[in-house]
Design a protein around this ligand. Structure first.
Ligand code: UT7
Length: 332
């Protein structure tokens, strides 16, 4: 029987105009450009300004770009999945709001919460709807307005994160291209190292929780760093091994952009040279669920049909995973 694959047939992205540079951060916290650049690879990040604008605003811009580029009718979209940890509000889902903004009147839509691994979790989930034959056009969005949960007095986190969103369109194909394989894992014991304490059902928002800065990202950076290096490299090696892929078979590594040193270590372990590693951390920082689709957006013109991509991510939860994608189209 011919297997149906889910192919990525369009990419969109959006980053806000405001650029927060390392130089500006030097005026806000005790840090400096040299430390940030050498420890993370980040030079600047984007910040979404404007009252009442949340993640759905950026996600809808990314999806609208796909609609414009691929000329699909928004009414044909069957499903929108949005990966985010900074939803516009606890409910309804940000994906619902995006669907409404782009006119996806026949879609059902929901969010996935898996922090920095959110986009690849959502990509695998969306692909299953296509592979089963029940859905024809699925949009997967990854985006976060991290500036809404960052304490700009905490130098250990405020230098890393930025805002942005990207999206892909999945459609079915019987060619041997598209989402070929994926492996995902999670480990709730990692919550201790990376989380947001309040605003959920355990500690609802109160004057006390706000005063105690509990609505901001808490991260034990060096502990997360160690888990990220090991797990992202291990899972990427595993997906290559089980598909008989060698370093030289991989056209592009598409790694979550958390820290250039984590990316370098993963590429090294996989035998992938730097010229085949997608990187835009220097200009956007860590946009959480946004990093991987924003890489695809930035590198789209360089991608050729049949290219082997390994998408890899690690994030809060802990969550991590790897997806093997055979690219489905050439861009003129
Ligand atoms: O995306 C989701 C998952 N997240 C990650 O993957 C992030 C993983 N972690 C990291 O990327 C890194 O751990 C950080 C970039 C967060 C921190 O880098 P590090 O090399 O692990 O630094 P550290 O936390 O071990 O701190 C080293 C020193 C400390 O000073 P002392 O105690 O040695 O005197 C910090 O206080 O650097 C200091 N420091 C800073 N100095 C200047 C911490 N932040 C800053 C800063 N500017 N912004």
């Amino acid at each position: 029987m011919t297997r149906i694959h889910a192919a990525i047939t369009g990419v969109g992205g959006y980053v806000p105009d405001y650029i927060l540079t390392n130089k500006e951060l030097e005026t806000m916290v005790d840090t400096n450009d040299e430390w940030i650049t050498s420890r993370t690879g980040i030079k600047e990040r984007r910040i979404l300004k404007g009252e009442g604008l949340g993640t759905s605003y950026m996600g809808a811009k990314a999806v609208q770009q796909i609609i414009d580029k691929t000329k699909i009718d928004p009414a044909e979209i069957d499903l929108i999945i949005c990966a985010t940890v900074t939803p516009d509000m606890p409910f309804p889902a940000t994906a619902n709001l995006i669907a409404e903004q782009v006119g996806a009147v026949n879609a059902f839509s929901y969010d996935i919460s898996a922090a920095c691994s959110g986009f690849i979790y959502a990509l695998t989930t969306g692909a299953k709807f296509i592979e089963s034959g029940t859905h024809k056009k699925v949009i997967v969005v990854g985006g976060d307005k991290m500036s809404s949960i960052i304490n700009y007095k905490d130098r250990t986190t405020c230098i890393i994160f930025g805002d942005g969103a990207g999206a892909v369109l999945l459609e079915s194909t019987t060619e041997e291209i598209g989402i070929m394989d994926s492996i995902h894992r999670s480990d709730g014991s990692g919550a201790a190292y990376l989380h947001m304490k309040a605003g959920g059902s355990r500690i609802p928002a109160s004057i006390e929780s706000v005063t105690a800065n509990q609505h901001f990202v808490f991260q034990e950076g060096s502990a997360v760093f160690k888990f990220a290096v090991t797990n992202m490299a291990d899972i990427s090696a595993k997906i290559m091994e089980r598909n008989n892929l060698k370093g030289e078979d991989i056209t592009w590594l598409v790694p979550h952009q958390a820290n250039k040193r984590i990316i370098d270590a993963t590429a090294n372990r996989m035998g992938i040279t730097e010229d085949r590693v997608m990187m835009n951390i220097e200009k956007y920082g860590n946009t959480t669920a946004g990093t991987i689709p924003l890489l695809l957006w930035d590198y789209e013109k360089q991608l050729k049909k049949g290219d082997n991509l390994i998408l890899a991510a690690f994030g809060g939860g802990f969550t991590w995973g790897s997806v093997w994608v055979k690219w489905a189209y050439n861009t003129q």
